[in-house]
Design a protein around this ligand. Sequence first.
Ligand code: PHE
Length: 347
Amino acid sequence: MSDIKAQIAEKGTLALGQITAAAELAQLEQIRVSVLGKKGSLSEALKSLGQVPPEERPVLGALANEWKSKIEAALETKKTALEVLAIEASLEKTKLDVTIPSRKPHVGSLHPITTTVRAISKVLGRIGFDVTVGPEIETDFLNFEAVNIPKDHPARDMQDTFFIGPGVVLRSQTSPVQMREMRNQSWPVRILSPGAVYRCDSDATHSPMFHQIEGLWVDRKVSMSDLKGVLDFFAKEMFGTETKIRLRPSYFPFVEPGAEVDVSCMLCGGKNHQCPICKGTGWLEILGAGMVHPRLFELAGYRPDEVTGFAFGMGIERIAMLLHGIPDMRFLFQGDLRFLKQFGVQR
Ligand code: PHE
């Protein structure tokens, strides 16, 4: 009996030593199997109990179970210790520097054309202009005839038009929206209409697709001085309170009288003879304007002896370029993120 006792104690002590020495979880598992597994050393020792006299079995059995629990406890303790070590080692390996700045998500920004339309609409919105839009595919009638440009009128040549079907064009200006709006509602009318327009033209300062914004104010007794007042307010709000405007007589078939409108150069104020934007003239042409031609009122079903009005139209690219100092119009259409990112996130 003492033989088996010694054997059990020896195997148990050996196992405890191995457990203490184990350096990895896998090793610990191997030890568990080799001691407590079906064919493990302790299990084998227990099997040999069959050969001892029955009265000795309970004592030996109890001893074996004691060792078994001791070993199980040692395995468990060691396992926890090794797991902690493993976590610590992996933390050490993958050292996280929480002070490194995180990668920023890509946030889009509004295109300068959009922000310019919004800026113009905001300024003129304050004096009662509402934004409305018209279609980019327009009838020849509304794009031309209804705004007083009949079929053989030379003004058609000024707007190299894309004809996309009989009597259908890509609008070459936003002026047809004037007529759409007047036909849609009775006066007073005070609208702004931004949007894309198309002309068959392409170089550093022209793009086959560009944007205009049209303004129209029709009411009783609207005068040329109202037009000047509105444009003066607009120029000062957009380009700075020092800005002046200048009207030069000009011709557009849908207005009479018509004018081209300049603003004083916001870069040099006319003081630099080599100014890159005004070329030393001190003035920058920004829009066309005039008093609505009575013929348009007739076509809209308004009475020309009852109402008057003014209209103006400007290129949005030109305004955006002046506001941001953009040297080439093509930058606005190339979709180059290095350019677009400079305008920040504005919503
Ligand atoms: N539609 C004109 C153009 O494209 C601009 C304009 C609008 C002029 C309204 C006068 C009045 O050139």
